[in-house]
Ligand binder design. Structure first.
Ligand code: ASP
Length: 312
């Protein structure tokens, strides 16, 4: 292996433990350290792999503190000339958000591979060890760059990846775009492009994050049958900085919710329109009154807006 790999642990089911080996659901996430995860894989012994425990949480609880630590540690390691790539062990619930956050902020020229598991480490047949081995192989691959997710033998780009299933091992999809590639018995089959996109205000956002400045408040509201404006009105009262609407279909919004969002916009609050649809994107058309999310899902549109507001 030419160059060092660093594995950053953040918790998740991959580090989870259950009382009974057959229990794939009744477990506690984030129990094992990242070193324990590597020690359970004899094939990795003796390889130049460093580890760091950056966080230890169930990724449903992911938030600014862990994201800040992760961004700073990634930036630190990426600047080391002998570093080949980074692997991050992470829970599946918000993996797509962390992957997109790091890509938008850092757009690394080296690979940052986020991996996970759907079953705890104590399961009869845990999926974490294979995912970790695959992720390390991707981090070592010639030409690999940018933030990607690796799960169940599939490589997904940070912009496209979404969790689409609450239980099956192959829980992620890249939607219309299709996966970036596959990893089969250690060999990569690449079908897409490595992520290169960086938020235009990423440098300023990174400086704010590093300085410990408070993060803007950006909330997601959903348009649905019977939706009204009360939630948005309450958020305006509370001083929300930005709003993403998970709109129906091609970005349509219930008229009562839309009226409240337009009022928010008139107050100077940034509003972005994404879609509840799992696939596709909001296609702009004449007469749009709220800007669209440029193909980002609601949770990723929230991150893009967060970084933009942070940079102001
Ligand atoms: N709740 C867990 C987490 O996101 C689920 C998982 O990792 O699969 O940390």
């Amino acid at each position: 292996m030419a160059g060092k790999i660093v594995v950053l642990g953040t918790g998740g089911t991959i580090a989870g433990k259950a009382a009974a080996p057959g229990d794939n659901l009744g477990y506690t996430a984030a129990q094992l350290g990242v070193q324990d995860l590597l020690a359970a894989i004899p094939a990795l012994a003796g390889l130049p792999i460093a580890t760091e425990q950056v966080a230890q949480l169930d990724s449903k609880d992911m938030g600014p503190t862990a994201w800040r630590d992760l961004a700073l540690r990634c930036a630190h390691w990426l600047a080391q000339p002998d570093l080949r790539g980074i692997v991050i062990t992470h829970g599946t619930d918000t993996l797509e958000e962390t992957a997109f956050f790091l890509q938008a902020l850092l757009a690394p020229a080296k690979p940052v591979v986020v991996t996970c598991a759907m079953r705890p480490a104590t399961a009869l047949a845990p999926d974490g060890p294979q995912n970790l081995v695959d992720a390390i192989a991707v981090a070592q691959a010639p030409g690999a760059r940018g933030v990607v997710a690796v799960c169940a033998g599939v490589i997904h780009g940070a912009r496209e990846v979404r969790k689409v299933h609450p239980y099956r091992l192959d829980a992620f999809s890249s939607g219309d775009a299709g996966p970036l590639g596959h990893i089969e018995d250690g060999l990569l089959r690449i079908e897409g492009n490595w992520p290169a996109e960086r938020a235009s205000h990423a440098q300023a956002a990174m400086e704010k994050i590093a300085s410990g400045a408070p993060w803007p408040r950006v909330e997601i509201v959903t348009s649905h049958a019977g939706a009204g404006g009360a939630l948005v009105e309450a958020l305006i009262q509370q001083g929300v900085d930005g709003l993403v609407v998970a709109a129906t279909g091609n970005g349509s919004v219930h008229r009562e919710l839309e009226a409240a969002l337009l009022a928010a916009q008139a107050h100077g609050i940034r509003v972005v329109r994404s879609t509840r649809c799992e696939q596709g994107r909001v296609l702009p058309h004449r007469g749009d009154v709220l800007p669209h999310s440029d193909g980002l899902s609601p949770v990723k549109a929230r991150i893009a807006l967060l970084l933009e507001l942070m940079a102001l």
